[in-house]
Design a protein around this ligand. Structure first.
Ligand code: FES
Length: 339
């Protein structure tokens, strides 16, 4: 399939897209948020663009006047790319909202005087412990996995811990390469603890989390230093699912037609892009982000996990899950520590 270069004026944003893609989708791929109120159904007339150069296959619409058509105006959701194209986006077509990263925090701060503050125990989903293990001898001949698990149980007050095969395969080499001085990365899944990674030397001071507000309009990621329990940075973007409509109902319908994966891909791409911006700016490694916590309404969490949300909008309005378990970020597509 051939691909074409699209230039969006006056932003001068460029993107390479596959032939046949709509200008609305191309704008989304270029990171441009369009006023697509109907989610690309061709009925709101808010996504007008002017084709300056190149060829698009555009559906006729009663929402365009003859003069607009003569001047190259198309509905971006109904105009499909057939060559390299230069398009102009009129000001009213661009989404106008400004993202305020700290908006909810500001609202809570304003409320603070009137609410009772609760102290939460510091109990992160993933924690690290530096361990200096005894070297094995003929008298002390515990297996490597028992040796480390017992020490973690003792140090962290955990009654049982499991280790996946992948870590078990690495364990003998990492222990000996580092003279039995290693950092255990331990995750919690409800009541079960798991040794999810093993790192040579003392890396216990490098443990970060990404906390994500998955909003219908905006997505905000806060980068947390888990050791100090402080927010060190935050970054926001528009939720690019807007290409499927501003209202959640349009997005659910899009999910029914195209599959839950298309909505998941959009939100995961947004989160990954925000995390990589934070990682670059703060000069930390993706591997040191050991967990992600996401919050959103039921529809947004369904989209995030690629769950079908259809039944939520139909009597008797049943969710696939309102309390999903922790999953590996890699399973969901979020790029942090792969374990
Ligand atoms: Fe509504 Fe194009 S007409 S998004």
């Amino acid at each position: 399939m051939s691909s074409y270069n699209i230039v969006f004026l006056p932003l001068n944003k460029k993107v390479k897209v596959k032939s046949g893609i709509s200008l609305l989708e191309a704008a989304s791929q270029a990171g441009i948020i369009i006023n697509s109120v109907c989610g690309g159904d061709g009925i709101c007339g808010r996504c007008k663009m002017i084709v300056k150069r190149g060829k698009v296959n555009s559906r006729t619409s009663a929402l365009l006047t003859r003069e607009e058509i003569r001047n190259g105006v198309v509905l971006a959701c109904a105009a499909y790319v057939e060559s390299d194209v230069v398009v102009e986006i009129p000001g009213e077509t661009l989404a106008e909202e400004k993202i305020v990263v700290d908006q909810d925090a500001q609202r809570f701060r304003a409320l603070r005087s009137g609410i009772t503050q609760r102290q939460f125990a510091k109990s992160p989903l993933v924690f690290k412990i530096f361990l200096k293990l005894d070297r094995p001898t003929l008298e002390n001949n515990l297996a490597d996995s028992q040796r480390i698990q017992r020490m973690i149980e003792k140090r962290a007050g955990i009654s049982a811990i499991q280790t996946g095969l992948k870590i078990l395969q690495q364990l003998p080499v990492v222990l000996r390469k580092n003279d039995f001085a290693v950092t255990a990365v331990v995750g919690r899944r409800r009541d079960i603890a798991e040794l999810i990674d093993i790192e040579g030397g003392d890396t216990a001071d490098r443990n970060y989390a990404a906390v994500v507000d998955v909003g219908t309009t905006t997505v905000v990621v806060h980068l947390i230093d888990v050791v100090k329990m402080t927010t060190i940075d935050a970054q926001a973007c528009f939720n690019s699912q807007v290409v499927y409509g501003r209202e959640v109902t349009s997005r659910i319908i899009a999910g029914e037609k195209k599959g839950a994966a298309v909505l998941q891909e959009k939100i995961i791409a947004d989160i990954n892009q925000l995390i990589s911006a934070l990682v670059l700016r703060n000069e930390i490694s993706l591997k040191d982000i050991t967990f992600v916590v996401c919050a959103g309404n039921a529809i947004m969490t369904h989209f995030l996990l690629g769950l079908p949300a259809d039944n939520i909008r139909r009597n008797p309005y049943i969710a696939a899950s309102i309390e999903p378990s922790p999953f590996r970020a890699a399973e969901v597509g979020i790029k942090i520590n792969p374990r």
